[in-house]
Design a protein around this ligand. Structure first.
Ligand code: CP
Ligand code: NVA
Length: 301
């Protein structure tokens, strides 16, 4: 593994390797065992979109590993004034040991990796959110004991989360069922990948996708950058693409609920379900820290 650009680039074994190291680092953190494995190293974090979890977990994670992180808001660096991504990549490669980037276009992340010579980590694009899904898989394994043979359901927009969950779930041996409204399907490249798996299905009815699920995921109806479509999307998704007590009746007993956060309660998830499953959901948020520390150690040590 040289970069983490999208889960499509990783093998199932590589994903499991990240999860195993994440479990170990979490254990070490809980028991106060030092793990300063990136002493003296620096991570640059380029943000073109808002963030709470990603920024804080990467920055804290790097500190716990003995290194440091630099927050680079796109509004403040020369990219905003037109300096090409490939030049930025070549310059940053001379100073720092890794780059995390959150932006719109997946191509910018791929270009950064191609033109620089340090590891690049995708902290969310319109196409993918691999760091989140590594934390999600870690959390499901923590609660369920394994991933192999479990059924994952995703209800909502076929967005970056849906894309990464489908790939991550299938590569780790889970069955994956997705329910999206027509016109809001996952990315064609992801559907092409999933077409090779018998244990994948794309549905229009959430209750169909939720049948027998061991874990149900959802995410906002309008992602960052889609603010103008908010009302239109509410009309399309409203009243149907929501994780509710009623939907959970179709799932397996003890079904988990996961949400990458931030959540819009009353839209993609009811407040009742959110609170009932809040322990799992905030464990999922915590696991961002441990999973990303594992990614950084694997790429930068
Ligand atoms: N889930 C997630 O990536 O959260 P932030 O947008 O707060 O980083
Ligand atoms: N799909 C959401 C995820 C936020 C973590 C977005 O891209 O805004």
């Amino acid at each position: 593994m040289k970069h983490l650009l999208k889960l499509l680039d990783l093998t199932g074994d590589e994903i499991m390797e990240v999860l195993n190291l994440a479990d170990q680092l979490k254990y070490e953190k809980i028991h106060g065992i030092p793990h300063r494995r990136l002493e003296g190293k620096t991570l640059g974090m380029i943000f073109q979109k808002a963030s709470t979890r990603t920024r804080v977990s990467f920055e804290t994670g790097m500190f716990q590993l003995g290194g440091q992180a630099i927050f680079l808001n796109v509004a403040d660096i020369q990219i905003r004034r037109g300096e090409p991504v490939e030049d930025t990549a070549r310059v940053l490669s001379r100073y720092i040991d890794g780059i995390m980037i959150r932006t719109f276009d997946q191509k910018d992340v791929e270009d950064l990796a191609e033109h620089g010579n340090i590891p690049v980590i995708n902290g969310l694009t319109d196409f993918a959110h691999p760091c989140q899904v590594l934390a999600d898989l870690m959390t499901v394994r923590e609660y369920k004991g394994s991933l192999e043979g479990m059924k994952m359901c995703y209800v909502g927009d076929g967005n970056n989360m849906a894309n990464s969950l489908i790939v991550g779930g299938l590569k780790t041996g889970m069955s994956v069922s997705v329910a999206c409204p027509e016109g809001y399907d996952p990315h064609p490249a992801v559907l092409e990948f999933a077409a090779g798996y018998e244990n994948f299905s794309l549905e229009r009815e959430p209750a169909e996708a939720a049948k027998g699920a061991d874990v149900i995921f959802t995410d906002v109806w309008a992602s960052m950058g889609q603010e103008d479509e908010k009302e239109k999307r509410k009309a399309v998704f409203g009243g149907k693409y929501q994780v509710s007590e009623k939907l959970l009746e179709a799932a397996a007993p003890g079904c988990m609920v996961q949400h990458c956060l931030p959540a819009h309660k009353g839209e993609e998830i009811t407040a009742e379900v959110f609170e009932k499953h809040s322990a799992e959901i905030f464990d999922e948020a915590e696991n961002r820290l441990h999973a990303q520390k594992a990614v950084m150690v694997m790429l930068m040590e």
